[in-house]
Design a protein around this ligand. Structure first.
Ligand code: EPZ
Length: 418
């Protein structure tokens, strides 16, 4: 629960450092359930999604310890969680299913929640475990899976990030060899595979559409440093692109940001890759067209911030959302600031170049909240961004502080009536 006051901030400049990627850290923490040894994840961001997942891991019997920003997970006898409420708080909670099932031969989990950006079923996860030999029963709104898992050839109807991660984790300690076809190729998948291999797994092909996992008897502990957050990087780059100035995002991996960097260049933003990160100069000016796709396509998580960039460009930009069915909720809020946007089916047509004016807006999901924060920097006067569900703090560590270090005028209002 948070409220932010954002004042017109036409110039952002300076340098800002990234945190580790939320969407890499969450599966890595869940991977701690795969071994009885401690798995230590370095430099974990302080965000509420991590806190919630840690509560779930404790509920599953894991011992969780912190040393500074490092987190150690030790799971001697992992078991199914008892508190369904936490499962509902984030999508990544489903990533405990594969490890618990593979370790103990049965798992019973509530359906995951997370940002309400579409239906987000778990059928691909479940079908994959069934192909590996699990029996599946619905149990009072939960899913009960049981059986000894063994290698299988699995074709994913969609390159689902979560299903690829869940199946990869379970297969790493199952009998025989599992092949995932049409697997997700996101950098976070490669990061998880690297960590699992460091723990003794035998995974090849991560980052391509075919991932092969040769099951081993047991995994051991490891100390692992996750990749930097490409969505946080993209959010900061978009914030810079709607203001004048020059911003260096330290730790940003240009390779992970390729599609976004192409689109920012197309919009007229100067983009420079350096050995320490990515620098952007100048403002977005030319309209563009974007289609969200699985990696290496344009990330759906950058769609809302990129909509705000389009508001700066003179002319009509088009953004096609093809990954989630309901990820344009920020559009209504941006209209309150005076944005000219029409949505037809899964396409947003954004007429840019009109001034925005501060107003009261509401964060509807994580990336929508970040996008509204950026829009507030562009808008004349004051914008009050209400985030009753605390979406922004679920996924970004210190986003307002980081923007403020670049010259943004943002404050978090304590005790603001919601
Ligand atoms: C991950 O979600 C990310 N979350 C999301 O980040 C991201 O938007 C998404 O991947 C796509 O890149 C984490 O990594 C924790 P999917 P995930 O399974 O794994 C459909 C953010 O803002 N699908 O790749 O849930 C699904 O409905 C968030 O940080 C099925 O139909 O995404 C969607 O349309 C939000 N059945 C598409 O596939 C399934 O069993 C892609 O979902 C699974 C997915």
């Amino acid at each position: 629960m948070a409220t932010y006051l954002i004042r017109h901030s036409p110039v952002l400049s300076g340098e800002v450092e990234l945190n580790a990627a939320k969407n890499a850290v969450l599966p890595l923490l869940a991977a701690g359930l795969l071994t009885e040894d401690p798995l230590i994840i370095k430099a974990v961001p302080r965000i509420t999604d991590v806190e919630t997942l840690l509560q779930i891991l404790r509920d599953c019997g894991a011992e969780v310890q912190r040393s500074g920003t490092d987190i150690s997970i030790c799971a001697l006898h992992p078991q199914s969680p008892t508190h369904e409420d936490n499962m509902r708080k984030l999508r990544a909670s489903i990533l405990i299913l594969g490890p618990i099932l593979a370790r103990s031969g049965s798992a019973c989990v509530g359906l995951p929640g997370g940002c309400a950006i579409g239906q987000r079923p778990i059928d691909l996860h479940v079908k994959g475990f069934q192909a590996m030999g699990a029996q599946v029963y619905p149990l009072g709104g939960k899913r009960q899976l049981s059986g000894r898992l063994s290698g299988a050839r699995i074709y994913l109807d969609l390159p689902s990030v979560g299903a690829t991660e869940n199946l990869m984790m379970a297969a790493s300690i199952s009998d025989g060899t599992t092949t995932l076809e049409n697997a997700a190729k996101e950098p976070e998948i490669v990061d998880l595979a690297n960590c699992l291999n460091q723990m003794g797994a035998s995974i090849t092909g991560a980052g391509t559409g075919t991932v092969t996992i040769m099951g081993v008897e047991r995994l051991h502990g490891a100390i692992y440093s996750p990749i930097s957050d490409r969505v946080e990087a993209g959010t900061l780059l978009c914030a810079a692109a709607v203001t004048e100035g020059s911003v260096l995002v330290r730790g940003a991996c240009a390779e992970h940001l390729r599609s976004l960097l192409f689109k920012l260049s197309e919009a007229g933003v100067g983009v420079r890759e350096t050995h320490v990160g990515v620098r952007v100069n100048g403002m977005a000016a030319s309209p563009f067209e974007v289609r969200t796709l699985a990696y290496p396509g344009f990330p759906t998580d950058m769609q809302a911030p990129m909509t705000v960039v389009a508001l700066k460009c003179h002319g009509t930009s088009m953004i096609h959302e093809t990954v989630f069915e309901n990820r344009f909720m920020h559009v209504g809020e941006l209209s309150r600031l005076g944005a000219h946007i029409r949505v037809e089916n899964n396409v947003a047509m954004i007429d840019g170049g009109y001034p925005l004016r501060g107003a009261a807006v509401r964060s509807t999901d994580l990336r929508a909240g970040a996008a509204l924060m950026i829009a507030g920097l562009m808008a004349e006067g004051e914008t009050v961004l209400n985030d009753p569900a605390g979406h922004i703090e679920r996924g970004y560590q210190n986003l307002p502080e980081k923007l403020r270090s670049l010259g943004a005028d943002i404050e978090k209002l304590e005790n603001y009536p919601l």
